[in-house]
Design a protein around this ligand. Sequence first.
Ligand code: XMP
Length: 430
Amino acid sequence: MKQDLIVILDLGSTNNTVLARDIRGLGVYSEIHPHDITLEELKALENVKGIILNGGENRVVDGCEVEVRPELYELGYPIISVDYPQSKCATQLSELPDPETLKKFVFDECGAEANWNMKNFIADQVELVRRQVGDKKVLLALSGGVDSSVVAALLIRAIGQQLVCVHVNHGLMRKNESESVVKVFQNELHANLIYVDAVDRFLGKLEHVADPEQKRKIIGGEFIRVFEEEARKLEGIEFLGQGTIYPDIIESGTKTAKMVKSHHNVGGLPEDLQFELVEPLKQLFKDEVRACGVELGLPHEMVYRQPFPGPGLGVRCLGAITRERLEAVRESDAILREEFARAGLDKKVWQYFTVVPDFKSVGMKNHERVFEYMVIVRAINTVDAMTATVEKVDWEVLERITERILAEVANVNRVCYDMSPKPPATIEFE
Ligand code: XMP
């Protein structure tokens, strides 16, 4: 590894990730590890320059105060402790108050160099992946989302044609999304890509299913089956690429946040299809994943996509999905995205989409009574998706969106704007 490392040992702090982000913000790589890391595990980490014992309110677990192994102090690393009274090290702080103290520790006491950047990260991961995989093949489910796209680009750089990407078009993708996956990965990056058109299969299974949970189960389950069928057709695959990222592997909770080993959640694949995982992004926060994607040359739209639920437009075509209403969701969503981009709102608003309910309302078109669907527009801002506020979109922008949806989307005669914050509403409707 080329990067210097500052290790944060979690002794019950609730701000481990904030601290790790702050240190990475100084250009120095930082990782969070459990308080009871063994000396062997610590020594196995490369380029450790210093250790922060990060205490806090969750220091007591099951009635006992957590402590680090005493031998840790003998290893010769510069150590500071924060809110950890039992510590035996010279510098004990009750909190890490200002950026200057952190800088002094990282650069002056530890002598770390600011060498954490995406170029070095990619170079390291390329080398590690090559070492792990050798001349074997890696399989990757490429949805076109940020994480799977960045993993794909990184693995293509590392192992080229040894990577086999499978893109399943389940018919619930946004307009031109599957096409753009093929264009970028097959035509431009020359990936070994298997495109599976499973539209009829998914929509068939979903026919007449109105219950939201049931819909999600069918979409998730069917996805695994399609992927598994493709995997069985291939020979010599020993690894599975996954877009696991750092927040996925840090358990946040009321107990001391322990490092969970990678999520060995291979999408529920059967026993005889268990692969070893390749997870080159597992140390990155979301914004770092995006920076990595940019460095690897992925298009901006792909790297800065807004969040999109796994079940796709399936949960925005409310109730039992029909092709007619699904098209109305897809077309209105495309118009909304175009108009938001034109108004510069795509860079400001966290998530925006359209929804089509499964009932009709009366209207007039060409002097005739019509009975057609409505499109609901939703645009929200949030930090963590737990709560959300509604974006106050300019009236003119809403008018333009409405005009275009009514003129261009078939079977729609009404457009509404959802004014509900979360809570009590959720972001999605199903
Ligand atoms: P809710 O509707 O619960 O959504 O307020 C919170 C955020 O999660 C996204 N979401 C999903 N993402 N699979 C996903 O990967 C899902 O099944 C799913 N359901 C909701 C939603 O778009 C919002 O950003």
